[in-house]
Structures are given as structure tokens and as C-alpha cells.
Design a binder for this molecule. Sequence first.
Ligand SMILES: Nc1ncnc2c1ncn2[C@@H]1O[C@H](COP(=O)(O)OP(=O)(O)OP(=O)(O)O)[C@@H](O)[C@H]1O
Ligand SMILES: [Mg+2]
Length: 237
Amino acid sequence: MSCQFGQLRALSNLSLTIQAGERVALIGASGAGKSTLLMLLNGSLIPTAGEIWALGQPLGQLSSQQRRQVQRQLGTIYQQQHLVANLSVIHNINAGHLGRWPLWKAAWSLVWPLEVDTAAAAMAQVGIAEKLYARTDRLSGGQQQRVAIARALVQNPAALLADEPIASVDPARAADIMSLLRHLCETTGKTLVVSLHDVAAARAYCDRILGLRAGQLLFDLPAADVTDNLTADLYRL
Ligand SMILES: Nc1ncnc2c1ncn2[C@@H]1O[C@H](COP(=O)(O)OP(=O)(O)OP(=O)(O)O)[C@@H](O)[C@H]1O
Ligand SMILES: [Mg+2]
């Protein structure tokens, strides 16, 4: 599979399989193609050559309705969290349903929060149940990251795709969020694919590491086999 933006080859000839329940880290320098790969995996981008299969479906061959059906089972946590700052947490979490809800329900949910129980359960899962009605911009960066995770969880997805979920939090929160993601996936059998700049976190919380360099797969190894030499190659200018 390859993905090109105009003249730029963001990913070249990648070929890989991720098994259900695996925890996979994507590492690589800025511009290596990590976010692009995540967007391909969740069907927001279609490769310019080759195919992506997700949950047994060829994403590029589906109608947009069929594709949305697959996408609902893929919970994505974005690099920019896409939370609406001046709304309360519960409204932001309910946005996780929008792919599933008819427009009237989505619109009504802005006035009066629906599915409070589901949202409350997701907030409990991410450890900040008491913040359900807080205004989102009054939460710390780490708490907002948890809300972003809770929003992905309300869909009860088969896989979580997270783009640099710990880029904007301090080291203690980072460890917290990574163990949370790992725990959520371990206990529910969800697949985790997470892009990280922090190689130590990739080693500590994932089982398999993909090293991307300038759009190519430099290595694909069990986390324990990723040596400092390999990662030095990855970031060499
Ligand atoms: N929509 C787009 N249009 C044009 N070029 C793009 C687009 N999205 C990404 N690119 C380019 O593709 C390459 C890979 O980008 P990508 O965002 O996947 O990198 P990344 O590994 O996630 O980097 P970072 O660590 O900085 O987030 C970059 O050169 C980027 O400029
Ligand atoms: Mg990125």
C-alpha cells in the first residue's frame, strides 16, 4: 500500500497485518507518516495504491455507508483532541455517538445530554467520573486527553487508534494515559494502534513496534527487540 499527496510520497509500499488484540506502536520522526498511516487504518484516507482491510473489510471498495459502519468500530483519538472547549464534558463525549445517531438526535443532544449513563461509564473507565458536567476547557491537558479517550470508548470500538495521545502531557500523566490505554485494551481485547514520539513508552506499553522513516517501514519487531541502535537510525537526520 502507498499513499501519495501530490508529488509527496507519505507512505511507500507498506505491507503489514495487525492481529486483533495486538498493541502496536508507530514510531518515527516528524513527517515519517505515522498520522497518515492511522488515517488510512480508520478509512479517513484511502491509499493511492494498494488496499487497506479493516475488521475484514476492504475499506477502499465499500460504499460510504458501509465504510462508516466499519469506522464506528474503530475509535480514533486524534493528535489535536477535537474537543469543543466551551462545551461540557458530557457533550463532547456524546459527540462520539454522532456517527451512529440520526441528525435530530445529535442536534437534540446538544440541548439536553442523552445517554448519560454511557457517558458516565466511559468517564469512570478513564478515571475522572466526577468531571462529567465540567466545562471541557476547565480541565487539565491530561484530563482532556482522558475525555478524548472516553469519547472513543462510548462507541465500544473493536480497536483504538491513537495519534500521539501523550504529546501534550507531563511525564507522570503520560505514563498514566499509556497504562490506561493498555489496561482498557488488555481487559476488553481491543486492538491498540498508537503513534508515539516517546520510544520508551512504546517499549513499555506496546507489544510490537513499527519504525517508520520517510514513509518506509524500517522495522517491525516485538517491543523487546527494538534496540537503541535501531531507534537512532530512525531519527537520524
Ligand atoms: N493532507 C496532506 N496533504 C499534503 N501532505 C500531507 C498531508 N498530510 C500529511 N502530509 C505529508 O505527509 C508526510 C507524513 O505526514 P504525517 O502527518 O503522517 O507525519 P507524522 O509521522 O504523523 O509526523 P508528526 O510526528 O509530526 O505528527 C509529511 O511530509 C506531511 O507533510
Ligand atoms: Mg502525526
